[in-house]
Design a protein around this ligand. Sequence first.
Ligand code: SF4
Length: 80
Amino acid sequence: MDLALCKGQTHYFFAPHGEQADAREAREAVASLICARCEVQAPCRDYARLHREQGFWGGENDEQRVIARRRANRARLLGA
Ligand code: SF4
């Protein structure tokens, strides 16, 4: 957590109540840029996937995390 670049910027990573699609897109674009420069992106992303976190973590939003988890589950079931 000491290395997290998002420290003090959580307003970019969690949606306010009633956020509209355009605002979400803009907010997540900023969050994505921050994550891309963060040296703990991979462990952050893995933690969020494992613990089914909500919000923007490790360069992924909720939908991207669900897709990644499904893809990993499918690969596991297929023995890949
Ligand atoms: S990858 Fe993104 S969400 Fe995770 S600690 Fe870094 S800045 Fe924060």
